[in-house]
Design a protein around this ligand. Structure first.
Ligand SMILES: O=C(O)CCC(=O)C(=O)O
Ligand SMILES: [Fe+2]
Length: 321
């Protein structure tokens, strides 16, 4: 029964520039969708069509480099948190076979005198394509800005002050990941369980995803069926991650999702996507909000900080030893 899949298309301008009533409706709509399905699509998110198109050009350029050139940028000592991660390294938590993807990650640009700067590794720069570094930085900062607005709207839904997340996500440990789901020349040679991205939940607070206009992304409904998501044009898809689910004691749901392989005749084609994983600072306390703990919903999680939780999860997905 697909009736319970509530993935509304929301206009961020309604929240930023609308009447009080439009703002309230936006908070309510995003909150309800995050409570039911954990996913929304967002239009007027602030990233221009031109910027998204430049991003794809640069991302395609980078992944077209020969493997030896890309491997110079692989940093296993940073658990893949910066630079390149080659094919076969990351798998979903409970999967045996790694995902059919390679990716690039960039982290926070601390531009004030916040001492948190010392706790982040430097970003890695691609020397072959200077434009790649510039465009991904711009996209990082714009998605971060959009994400902060969305967290404000969610705070209102949760009955918190609108700026609840502000100090927690300022210079947070967010990651922009450019993913290439590479072409498969011989599908028969693949292990039977090999997929572009195995079923998983995201680790962070919320994820903002560019690229879901391409087929493949699916969410698992409460009824246990897979439901295909397809964003319109340049819309972004936004979903709840496990940190927000923990904080809200399951009121907001970090829904399982995956990226399926294309039909056989399209296996030789690439798919690109660029998720932004919005993380708070490591010291953020993820203990369940008292307002979300009731007799009907007893506290479901131990107290933990965002940093401790991230470490635990990076080990589970094979990026940290
Ligand atoms: O590529 C996509 O559409 C989704 C990727 C994803 O879910 C992830 O990287 O966490
Ligand atoms: Fe994901």
């Amino acid at each position: 029964m697909v009736a319970s899949v509530n993935i509304p298309r929301l206009d961020l301008h309604d929240y930023l520039y609308g009447s009080e009533e439009q703002k309230e409706r936006f908070s309510d709509d995003i909150g309800k969708a995050f409570n039911e399905t954990g996913f929304v699509t967002i239009t007027n998110h602030g990233l221009s069509k031109e910027l998204i198109s430049e991003l794809y050009t640069e991302v395609k350029n980078f992944f077209s480099l020969p493997e030896e050139a890309k491997l110079k940028y692989e940093k296993p000592e940073l658990a893949g948190q910066r630079g390149y991660t080659s094919k076969g390294r990351e798998k979903a938590k409970d999967a045996k076979t790694p995902d059919l993807k390679e990716f690039w990650q960039i982290g926070q640009f601390v531009e004030d005198d916040d001492p948190v700067k010392n706790s982040y590794p430097d970003n890695v720069e691609v020397s072959e394509y200077p434009g790649f570094n510039q465009v991904t930085k711009k996209v990082y900062q714009q998605l971060e800005k959009a994400g902060k607005h969305l967290l404000n709207a969610i705070s209102v839904y949760l009955g918190l002050s609108q700026d609840y997340f502000e100090d927690k996500v300022h210079n947070g440990n967010s990651i922009l990941r450019a993913i290439h789901y590479f072409p498969i020349e011989n599908p028969d040679d693949l292990p039977a369980d090999a997929v572009r991205a195995g079923a998983h939940e995201d680790i962070n607070l919320i994820t903002l995803l560019i690229g879901a206009s391409a087929d493949g992304l699916e969410v698992l409904t409460r009824e246990g069926e897979w439901f295909a998501i397809k964003a319109q044009g340049e819309d972004i898809v936004v979903n709840v991650g496990d940190m927000l689910q923990r904080l809200t004691n399951n009121k907001l749901r970090s829904t399982t999702h995956r990226v399926v392989n294309p039909p056989r005749q399209l296996m030789k084609t690439s798919r690109y996507s660029v998720p932004f994983f919005l993380h708070p600072k490591a010291k953020m306390d993820l203990s369940c909000l008292p307002s979300c703990v009731t007799d009907a919903h007893p506290k479901a999680y131990n107290n933990i900080t965002a940093g401790e939780y991230l470490d635990e999860r990076l080990r589970e997905i094979g990026l940290k030893k």
